[in-house]
Design a protein around this ligand. Structure first.
Ligand SMILES: NC(=O)c1ccc[n+]([C@@H]2O[C@H](COP(=O)([O-])OP(=O)(O)OC[C@H]3O[C@@H](n4cnc5c(N)ncnc54)[C@H](OP(=O)(O)O)[C@@H]3O)[C@@H](O)[C@H]2O)c1
Length: 184
């Protein structure tokens, strides 16, 4: 856990035209499948090992509610849900937070967790980029145009230099781009 090496990653799955959700909230597009001969495939063990390294998830309340509806994918890993509402849960690994996001990340999460993932949605992405709370952005692009919906980056409002750290192309046509967010 923890320390000066703590890293905050913004991760989301997007269509090629930049949407993370359809207007009707249908999520079947997330399974869009193609065949890219030169792509890679991860084994179940590799995926499991990767997920095990994530120490904590942060998300907006709408993403949280969608995750509950679709089937909770975060197991028992600590999850912080950002909301101004008085939400309740019986799950012990979930905490609700309202207030200053810089305090949350810098004073509460970074001293405790090393690998922090902010997994949506667009509102929270905008806040994390504006307050410079993230170190990297990973976008997994599905081979589809959605034509409308919720944009990943919707009028973020600031210019931000990025450094392309990694690119992976998968056999099912998904392309994963990993960018470091450069400090000013
Ligand atoms: N494709 C993907 O990888 C992916 C990933 C995540 C989400 N999604 C989709 O994206 C959609 C949700 O995204 P979204 O942008 O509409 O919503 P969101 O960011 O998930 O949640 C927005 C809510 O979070 C709370 N919030 C956000 N910023 C806050 C702040 N600075 N202070 C206090 N509370 C704050 C507010 O909650 P209250 O209203 O409760 O106060 C706000 O209504 C869903 O359709 C979801 O399925 C897709």
């Amino acid at each position: 856990m923890k320390t000066a090496h703590s890293k905050v990653t913004i991760h989301m799955v997007s269509s090629l035209d930049g949407y993370i959700a359809k207007k009707n909230n249908d999520v079947s597009w997330l399974q869009s499948s193609d065949h890219f001969e030169k792509g890679i495939t991860l084994s179940d063990q590799q995926i499991e090992a990767f997920i095990k390294k994530i120490d904590c998830y942060v998300m907006g309340s709408k993403t949280y509610e969608m995750a509950l509806e679709l089937g909770w994918p975060y197991g028992n890993t600590p999850v912080i849900v950002i909301t101004n509402r008085n939400l309740q849960t019986e799950k012990e690994n979930i905490r609700f937070y309202s207030g200053n996001l810089e305090d949350l990340v810098n004073k509460k999460l970074k001293p405790k967790f090393e690998n922090i993932w902010m997994v949506g949605g667009a509102m929270l992405t905008k806040a994390f980029i504006n307050f410079k709370l993230a170190n990297e952005i990973i976008v997994s692009i599905m081979p589809i145009l959605l034509g409308g919906g919720t944009l990943f980056f919707d009028q973020v409002g600031i210019e931000q230099q990025l450094h392309l750290k990694d690119v992976k192309a998968y056999k099912d046509g998904m392309v994963e781009l990993c960018y470091e967010i450069l400090k000013d």
